[in-house]
Design a protein. Sequence first.
Length: 114
Amino acid sequence: QVQLVESGGGLVQAGGSLRLSCAASRNAFNINTMGWYRQAPGKQRELVALITSGGSTNYADSVKGRFTISRDNAKNTVDLQMNSLKYEDTAVYYCYANAPLRYWGKGTLVTVSS
């Protein structure tokens, strides 16, 4: 069992930055993949970024070059630095862990004003 708690969402103007953080309740060294998904109103949940325990990353094309995912296994955290935010980045962002069952956080709302 893994509990995931997100923090860092909020309201930001287009072009601005936000940093999301997710804390896992269990030793992250034993969690293979962690990352972030998002769900905008009326849309399906979609991948934003993933990072393995070894540090390999995978990004959605829509966020490449703007978002950076990082992970601190010693602190059991995974962060998402979001720069150059766009209106279309507005969504609820969910932390994800594959350990090996899939776990989800409750989500944190990111609102980007145009």
